[in-house]
Design a protein. Structure first.
Length: 94
């Protein structure tokens, strides 16, 4: 089975893209439905596929409790993606 077929019907919670529609980061909000062995295997497969495509995945257990937590996870990714305007548009996270 090809990677495309494995990933064809998969979804992510949020995908942040730059102004050229290039994916910058995938954000996953993991609630209790991610606790089963099947869900963990699907999450790992999705993370591996995204990683192979050089798209980092940031996972939060449920909704993040603070903006600072989101900032600490996303700002380094945005800074490394300076080629796009995503960092300038999301600088308000500081």
């Amino acid at each position: 089975m090809s990677i495309r077929n494995k990933f064809n019907r998969s979804m992510v919670d949020y995908l942040i893209i730059d102004s050229n529609f290039i994916p910058v980061v995938c954000i996953e909000l993991d609630d209790f439905t991610h606790n089963s062995d099947i869900a963990k295997a699907k999450d790992e497969l999705r993370d591996n596929i995204l990683s192979a495509a050089l798209i980092p995945t940031v996972r939060f257990k449920g909704l993040p409790k603070s903006v600072r937590l989101v900032q600490s996870e996303l700002n380094p990714i945005f800074k490394n993606h300076k080629k796009s305007d995503i960092y300038r548009k999301l600088i308000v996270l500081k």
